[in-house]
Design a protein around this ligand. Structure first.
Ligand code: UDP
Length: 239
C-alpha cells in the first residue's frame, strides 16, 4: 500500500445521480468513466475498495409509491436500478483493466454474484473492486444504509461519501454564501445540529460501530485520491 494512503480498505458511496452528468436521467458514459478513473487512481495506491451506488438516476421507491405503486414493489424497482448502475461501473472499471465484481443482495446469478461475506472479503484481499448492488435487499432502506452495512461487514476503515459539495456545512452552501464547512465533527454534534450527513438509519449504523464518515466532493478531479492521502477539503464525522 502506498505509504501516503491513510486507509487500507474503504467504502465509496455515490448516489445514482452522480452517474447522470448534467442529464436529468440515467447514465452519462463519460461521467461513469471519470468516476471509474477516480477509483483507478486509488486502487493503484493499493487500497482495497468497496463501492455502493444508488439508483436515484433511474428509479426511487418513494417516487413510485407517491404515484400509487405499492411501496415494497417500488423499492424493489429501486434496488434493481442500483444493479444497472453497478454493471455500468463494472464495465467502466474493467475497461481500465481493474478486476471488478458486482455482488448483489438480490440473487441474479446470471449477472452478478450473490452476497457471501467471506467470498467478498477474498475478492478485496485480491485487490478486486467489489460493487455491492441491490442495496440491502430489503425495502424501506436506502443505499446509504447498504453502504454502511457492507462497510461494517467488510471491516472498512471509513466510508467515503462522494457528493457535489466538499463536506458537511452548517447550512446549505448552495443557498447561503456564509455557510461554514466542518473539518471534523463528532457523530453527536452532527446529530445535535441536525446536519444531514446520511439518512438516519445509516447514520446510526455508522455511529454505533464507530465507522468514520468522510464527506468529500466527487466532481473534483483527483479528489478521491487526494482525500485518501489526507489532502484537500472534506469533513470527517467520527466518534
Ligand atoms: N432501496 C431499497 N432498499 C435498499 C436500498 C435501496 O429499497 O436497501 C431502493 C429505494 O427505493 C431507493 C432506491 O432503491 O429509493 C434507490 O436507492 P437510493 O434512493 O438510496 O439511491 P441514491 O439516492 O443514492 O441514488
Amino acid at each position: 500500500v502506498d505509504p501516503k494512503a491513510k486507509y487500507r480498505r474503504v467504502m465509496l458511496k455515490i448516489s445514482g445521480e452522480a452517474l447522470m452528468g448534467d442529464q436529468g436521467y440515467g447514465l452519462h458514459p463519460p461521467t461513469v468513466r471519470r468516476i471509474a478513473e477516480e477509483v483507478q487512481s486509488v486502487q493503484e495506491m493499493g487500497v482495497e475498495i468497496c463501492m455502493v451506488i444508488g439508483g436515484g438516476n433511474i428509479f426511487r421507491g418513494l417516487q413510485g409509491s407517491a404515484q400509487g405503486m405499492e411501496r415494497t414493489t417500488a423499492d424493489y424497482m429501486g434496488m434493481l436500478a442500483t444493479v444497472m448502475n453497478a454493471l455500468a461501473m463494472q464495465a467502466a472499471l474493467e475497461a481500465l483493466q481493474i478486476h471488478t465484481r458486482v455482488i448483489s443482495a438480490i440473487r441474479m446469478d446470471e449477472v452478478a454474484e450473490p452476497y457471501i461475506r467471506r467470498r467478498a472479503v477474498r475478492h478485496l484481499e485480491k485487490k478486486r473492486v467489489c460493487i455491492f448492488a441491490a442495496g440491502t435487499g430489503n425495502p424501506y432502506f436506502t443505499t446509504d444504509t447498504a453502504a454502511t452495512l457492507r462497510a461494517n461487514e467488510m471491516s472498512c476503515e471509513a466510508i467515503f461519501m462522494g457528493k457535489q459539495v466538499d463536506g458537511v456545512y452548517d447550512k446549505d452552501p448552495k443557498k447561503h454564501a456564509d455557510a461554514v464547512r466542518y473539518d471534523n465533527i463528532t457523530y453527536d454534534e452532527a446529530l445535535l445540529k441536525n446536519l444531514k450527513v446520511m439518512d438516519a438509519s445509516a447514520f446510526a449504523l455508522a455511529r454505533d460501530n464507530d465507522l468514520p464518515i468522510i464527506v468529500f466532493a466527487l466532481d473534483e478531479p483527483g479528489g478521491f485520491k487526494g482525500i485518501l492521502a489526507g489532502e484537500g477539503t472534506y469533513t470527517k464525522v467520527a466518534g
